[in-house]
Write a protein that binds this ligand. Structure first.
Ligand SMILES: [Zn+2]
Length: 157
């Protein structure tokens, strides 16, 4: 499942970011694209289209039509089809969708604040843009949020 590629409609920017956090290969559509260009891009990438546009979804297969404007509901809808896999956390850059490479402290010298560098042993660096991630407080907040999303499945809106 982790190998599927997704192309995310420009109306779903926050959702796209969260899909990357959860390790899904999610490319974001440029806002200038018209429907035909979106469909061509999907074909080129062999991607699954994620959109809120009913007509666009009907023109391309496979696609996922997102009905809600609420982020948690959107993610729940997605995760009901592609289950969350914790081992994929910290494998994608949230900024650019690049693949993250695991690095040890010594390998990321001088790119982070001394305090951060000293406090963690393992880092994750994007091979495309060079952004570095680590399991700090922000990461724990992400885990909590995902648990909320997953845990409220049985509570309808
Ligand atoms: Zn990146």
């Amino acid at each position: 499942m982790g190998l599927s590629k997704f192309l995310v409609d420009h109306m779903l920017g926050r959702m796209c970011r969260w899909l990357r956090i959860m390790g899904f290969d999610s490319k974001y559509v440029s806002s200038g694209y018209d429907d035909q260009q979106v469909i061509e891009e999907c074909r080129k990438l062999g991607a699954i289209l994620i959109t809120r546009d009913r007509e666009l979804a009907s023109r391309y297969f496979p696609s996922i039509l997102i009905s809600s404007t609420d982020l948690n509901t959107q993610l729940r809808q997605f995760l009901s089809i592609y289950p969350f896999d914790r081992s994929l956390l910290l494998t994608r850059c949230t900024e650019c969708n690049g693949v993250l490479e695991q690095k040890e402290r010594g390998e990321i010298e001088n790119t982070l604040q001394y305090q951060t560098q000293k406090s963690y042993d393992i880092f994750y660096r994007c091979i495309s843009c060079g952004r570095t991630y680590w399991k700090g407080p922000h990461y724990r907040n992400i885990i909590k949020r995902i648990e909320v999303i997953l845990g409220s499945d049985e509570n309808p809106r």
